[in-house]
Design a protein around this ligand. Structure first.
Ligand code: HEM
Length: 595
């Protein structure tokens, strides 16, 4: 009877639509049948329950419920279903973790169980398919991550000498940035700072990774670093490119986004691979590393378990992750400076009082500038510009807050929910740096460590220290040197676009010098002279933290089945490094600083 009625109803509809309708009904029936079966099976087996969550629709699951700001939708759903709830995105089962308790329980207490990455189609395209950041969790992955983390540290915050090197690159870029912002603001004009910010931070990282910088007008460099938004949209939690990959078969915005993503990854990886090949050719045996690329190549030559093709892939990850996140951070910092002029004035008052007007702020000033540090933490908390981490996946069947989470479940970690939890932060929707200061004006470290933006556990960001130093230096130099003013014709509402990083909608501002460019000019000249004088000691200083890389590798080798053989090789490596460090000190480090 029911089929006859359906037949009659379909008679009035054109054949293509009626077949599609029938197909949809069939899929819905199969889907519902599966859900009922799963539910009955679970009850029969007396298993613990899966987390609650909204009803998933056939084919698309809950994709339509995420909207344009999935982190906010997750927080809303958490208020209905609890801190741990489940969704379905296309064919992927997803569990969303909200709030510090659930996130810590998963990423810290059960680190290995939650350290996987889902095999999303977009993830396979990053860094030639060998990405550290988007790749699965394995013994080899752990070795690569340890090497990458130690190398980033060795080339940035590992020792006073390398911190100084980082500072040297950064001051050069800050000078170029200020010059361009002021030039673009001449005659009271307002300019969009996003492009110059990307080039400034990408240049600091390019100097550390490849030993060179690019001019702000370099077309190739701009093409490589100017597509962060497309990247973030495709890999951010809830991306439809991954949730509904079948949409790529039809002309649709998803197909266009997928193709743009594929092309930008090919170009980005190709750029870094070109640098890798140049470095491989020019790095002489026994010479000290000139930059991170050299360091990875040397490490790989001495430690073959680190695979050669992973070298350009890891440097692609480091260069890509850093310039995207740090340029986004700087955009938010400038927005907060112009939207909260009283905060800007307070920062200028602090930096003038502590540093004075006769020199630029430097890394050593950081502990004495609590208000500036409070501003940085409040900016990270308030914007939560990496709102959800890169999607994780479970590596085994596990439990969280009493719920069963099967192996290979996709996990979304909602960092935004931690930073805006009213139980933790009073008036979380107010921008107020003083919340991080105690009654004596000192930074409250318990509170700063509660801001979650670099994630936690086995997948925690490896660039956290480097980022904090860079953001402190850029911010303190910028407020020391410039005044920033909002465009009164623009809506003060801080709108954003969602992706792996959330970016402010385009905005303009006016930038004027507080004094002259003299301090920046003199600092760049002095640092260049210092660089020429200290070239030899830099190479040696770089070597000492570099040895700690080897110690890290040693500890992992000890645990491996071939531990003894590795140890023997590593001891030999340490010896040859020490003698090559002395030989290498004669080589000039070719790192450009000119603006
Ligand atoms: C303010 C700046 C930054 C923020 C907020 C940030 C945040 C994050 C977050 C949330 C993740 C994902 C963690 C997870 O999936 O649980 C991540 C991963 C990563 N970040 Fe950062 N990051 C920043 C800067 C950097 C820098 C400067 C570098 C390079 C030196 C870097 C390299 C990486 C890498 C390689 C990963 C992958 C780690 C893994 O999968 O194990 N990041 N970052």
């Amino acid at each position: 009877m029911a089929l006859e009625r359906l037949g009659e109803a379909l008679r009035g509809i054109p054949p293509l639509q009626s077949s599609l309708l029938l197909l949809l009904c069939l899929l819905a029936a199969i889907h519902l049948g599966k859900l009922v079966l799963q539910h009955q099976q679970r009850r029969r087996q007396g298993q613990r329950q899966a987390p609650p969550g909204p009803f998933p629709w056939p084919l698309i699951g809950n994709a339509a419920q995420l909207g344009s700001a999935p982190h906010l939708s997750f927080a809303r759903l958490a208020s209905t279903y609890g801190a741990v709830f489940q969704l379905r995105l296309g064919r992927w089962p997803v569990v969303v973790l909200n709030g510090e308790r659930a996130i810590r329980q998963a990423l810290v207490r059960q680190g290995a169980a939650f350290a996987g990455r889902p095999p999303f189609p977009s993830f396979q395209l990053v860094s030639g398919g060998l990405s550290l950041a988007f790749g699965g969790y394995s013994e080899l992955w752990k070795l690569h991550r340890r090497a990458a983390h130690a190398t980033v540290r060795a080339f940035s915050t590992g020792s006073p000498a390398t911190r100084r090197l980082l500072e040297r690159h950064l001051v050069g870029e800050a000078r170029a940035l200020v010059a361009l912002l002021v030039r673009g603001s001449a005659g009271g004009a307002f300019l969009d700072p996003s492009r110059v910010l990307v080039v400034a931070v990408a240049n600091v990282m390019s100097a550390l990774c490849f030993g060179r910088r690019y001019s702000h007008g370099d077309g190739e460099f701009l093409r490589i670093v100017g597509r962060n938004e497309q990247f973030g949209r495709a890999v951010g939690a809830g991306s439809l490119v991954d949730a509904l990959p079948w949409l790529q078969r039809f002309p649709s915005p998803i197909r266009a986004a997928y193709r743009a993503f594929r092309d930008l990854n090919r170009d980005f990886y190709g750029f870094v691979r070109g640098k890798f090949l140049q470095h491989q050719r020019s790095l002489r045996p026994g010479a000290a590393p000139r930059d991170m690329m050299d360091a990875f190549i040397r490490l790989q030559r001495e430690q073959p378990r680190l695979q050669l093709e992973h070298v350009p892939a890891t440097v692609t990850d480091i260069f890509g992750a850093s310039q995207d996140t740090l340029s986004t951070a700087l955009q938010w910092l400038l927005i907060f400076l112009i939207r909260y002029p009283k905060v800007q004035a307070k920062m200028q008052e602090e930096v003038d009082r502590i540093v004075g007007r006769d020199r630029l702020p430097c890394v050593e000033d950081q502990p004495h500038l609590p208000y500036i540090m409070a501003f940085l933490y409040e900016s990270m908390r308030f914007s939560s510009f990496v709102p959800v981490t890169i999607p994780h996946a479970t590596t085994t069947n596990t439990f969280i807050m009493g719920y069963l989470i099967p192996k290979d479940t996709v996990i979304f970690v909602n960092q935004w929910s931690v930073n805006h939890d009213p139980a933790k932060w009073s008036n979380p929707e107010d921008f107020d740096p003083t919340r991080f200061l105690d009654e004596n004006g000192f930074i409250n470290k318990d509170l700063t460590s509660s801001v979650m933006i670099f994630s936690l556990g086995k997948r925690r960001c490896i660039g956290e220290e480097l980022s904090k130093v860079q953001l402190f230096l850029f911010t303190s130099i910028l407020v020391h040197q410039c005044n920033f003013t909002a465009n009164p014709n623009e809506d003060p509402k801080m709108d954003f676009t969602y992706g792996l990083t959330i970016k402010p909608k385009p905005f303009t501002l006016n930038v004027t010098l507080r004094d002259t460019m003299d301090l920046l000019d003199q600092a760049v000249q002095r640092l260049q002279a210092e660089k020429a004088a200290s070239e030899n000691s830099y190479v040696l200083a770089l070597d000492s933290p570099f040895f700690s890389n080897i110690r890290l590798l040693k500890s992992s080798a000890c645990r491996s089945a071939q531990g003894l053989a590795h140890l023997a090789r590593l001891r030999y490596y340490s010896k040859t490094r020490r003698s090559s460090a002395i030989r290498g000190s004669k080589n000039k480090t070719k790192v450009g600083l000119g603006v």
